[in-house]
Design a protein around this ligand. Sequence first.
Ligand code: ZN
Ligand code: ZN
Length: 115
Amino acid sequence: MSESTPGAGRRMTRAEARHPEVAVRCRHCKAQAGVDCSNQRGTAPMTGPHRGRRDDWTVATVDCADCGAPIGAPCAPEHPAIPLPGPHQARIAAADVVYAKALEDASRDMPGRKR
Ligand SMILES: [Zn+2]
Ligand SMILES: [Zn+2]
């Protein structure tokens, strides 16, 4: 399953340009990579991707300085019996930097330009 690697040689979709975490599949609503999240009930418009998608993107994008988890591997909890609700703060902070840069790059990404 390597198709979920962000920025792997293909151009960002428009959805990704707005929300870089869209580069990974959403496990919550099952939106494919590159496709916006959808509200399954259709009762309210989505204001952005599901929160868990950002966590998955974080895991797929940066390693963790806190627990040493490599890119693609989820953070390891301090206590195996207590699962983490998401990536460690250090990892989230590192991913935030990449996220901001991705948005910046997307804002000047031109069609046909290879990155
Ligand atoms: Zn979703
Ligand atoms: Zn970690």
